[in-house]
Design a protein around this ligand. Structure first.
Ligand SMILES: [Zn+2]
Length: 344
């Protein structure tokens, strides 16, 4: 799928590139439509034509010798690719904070179609995985709908524990039952925290509970009214935001609590920072997956959480030519080719 500078979408065929020493060619099994991808797809003007899509699960079709030893993969392995490339030479890259690399480039919008060898996005039968990527092997036994969530699970794990410093028994308030929000609920529950999910509706209330939420609030319900046996939250995780939710979440925190924004959000009202300063609230963010993979990997191996339910639609590239899925995109994935069976 090609997204033109004028926001037109079309399907185009390319020849499969040969893979240099430091490159990897991925046969895409399933790609996520994250909120970031959704923003790219709904943009009105791009600087260059691109193939959208930043997170892909697939099989290694071909891999150069250097890339094979760097990523510790071989042809036929099933892998997920993190959403950006970095330089692996600067200080953030060398101190396990590669998400802060100044040379970070997101797959999808960050790689113009014309940049050799092309195929820089996940909504394509093949994706070219460039030097400076991060790739994780996943077992064939994992449901594809769980496996494709690994980069986002690593990301929210970092939000909770690396940036948020969440501690045992603490209350964790999550702004909405988004995919990252529900992954965070499950991670929090697994780690002995007390997750609370805001802004649920009748259809996803039960899902939020199955994903580990100890308390759910429906849209419009005041979060300040927590049951007595539940501690006021220490941490407020923001995955998708409007001004009202942001304000009521910050006000529900204990004094000295922490807000962690996952990626970036619009609509944060300025006044709340004044309130936050009086209560010693720390405002933080995390701009990509952290370094620690184990927590996220352990979570996705657990059978008691309905991860597959976090993918409500699997779309074809042709489906993406239309815009009818706009409302549900956060819950959708893309399957660019025919279903893959077993190894490539
Ligand atoms: Zn770097």
């Amino acid at each position: 799928l090609v997204l033109e500078p004028d926001a037109n979408r079309r399907i185009q065929e390319f020849s499969v590139p040969t893979v240099p020493e430091d490159g990897l060619l991925l046969k895409v099994e399933l790609a996520r439509i994250t909120q970031r991808d959704k923003a790219v797809l709904s943009t009105e003007r791009m600087t260059a034509a691109v193939i959208p899509g930043c997170i892909a699960l697939g099989y290694v079709q071909a891999v150069g010798q250097k890339a094979a030893s760097f990523y510790e993969v071989k042809t036929g392995d099933r892998v997920v690719v993190e959403p950006f490339t970095t330089c692996y030479r600067c200080k953030p890259c060398l101190t396990a904070k590669r998400r802060l690399c100044a040379h970070k480039r997101w797959y999808g919008a960050g790689f113009p179609l014309t940049e050799h060898p092309g195929l820089g996005g996940a909504y394509s039968e093949y994706m070219y995985v460039r030097p400076g990527s991060r790739v994780h092997k996943v077992p064939d036994s994992w449901d594809e709908r769980a496996a494709v969530l690994l980069p986002e699970a690593i990301w929210v794990f970092g939000a909770l524990f690396e940036v948020g410093q969440a501690g045992l028994g603490k209350g964790i308030l999550i702004d909405a039952p988004t995919v990252p929000g529900l992954l965070a609920a499950a991670l929090a529950r697994e780690s002995g925290l007390q997750p609370i999910v805001m802004n649920c509706d009748d259809t996803n209330k039960e899902l939020a509970t199955r994903m580990g939420a100890l308390r759910v609030f429906l849209r419009g319900e005041k979060v300040e009214d927590l049951p007595e046996n539940m501690p006021a939250p220490d941490l407020f995780l923001v995955t998708s935001c409007d001004a009202r939710t942001f304000t009521s979440g910050v006000k529900a925190l204990v004094p000295g609590g922490t807000v962690v924004v996952v990626d970036t959000v619009d609509g944060v009202p300025k006044e709340i920072f004044q309130y936050g300063m009086k209560k010693e609230i720390a405002f933080k963010s995390i701009s990509g997956p952290g370094w620690d993979v184990k927590g996220a990997r352990n979570l996705l191996e657990k059978r008691q959480y309905p991860f597959a339910a976090l993918v409500t639609h699997v779309l074809s590239l042709n489906d993406l030519l239309g815009t009818k899925w706009a409302d549900k995109w956060d819950w959708a994935c893309v399957r660019p080719g025919a279903p893959l069976k077993g190894r490539a």
